[in-house]
Design a protein around this ligand. Structure first.
Ligand SMILES: [Zn+2]
Length: 94
């Protein structure tokens, strides 16, 4: 059996519903991902991606971060401003 790559594993985790995004805001993303046997905490904070799993703590792109980054981009303050602008437009229509 060939070893599954982090990329393939991340995609599988996402389709299996193992990723749960808890918080998404300006400058921070908090999520959990159920891996093989353990639930890991991961996200974006202090300007970088991080994960509590052994691979993630060494700054490597683990399968959990692959899954998260398929649905999220770095929450920059510019993106937050665009989000607020869109929300404002929606409020004015409602
Ligand atoms: Zn990880």
């Amino acid at each position: 059996m060939s070893r599954e790559s982090a990329e393939a594993k991340g995609r599988r985790y996402l389709t299996e519903g193992r990723l749960q995004v808890l918080e998404f805001g300006p400058g921070v993303i908090r999520a959990t991902c159920r891996g093989d046997g353990a639930v890991h905490r991961l996200g974006w904070w202090h300007g970088r991606w991080g994960c509590s799993c052994p691979a993630g703590t060494f700054g490597r792109q683990c399968a959990h971060l692959v899954a998260l980054r398929l649905v999220a981009v770095e929450p920059t303050f510019a993106a937050a401003g665009a989000w607020r602008a869109a929300a404002g437009r929606r409020d004015s229509v409602a």
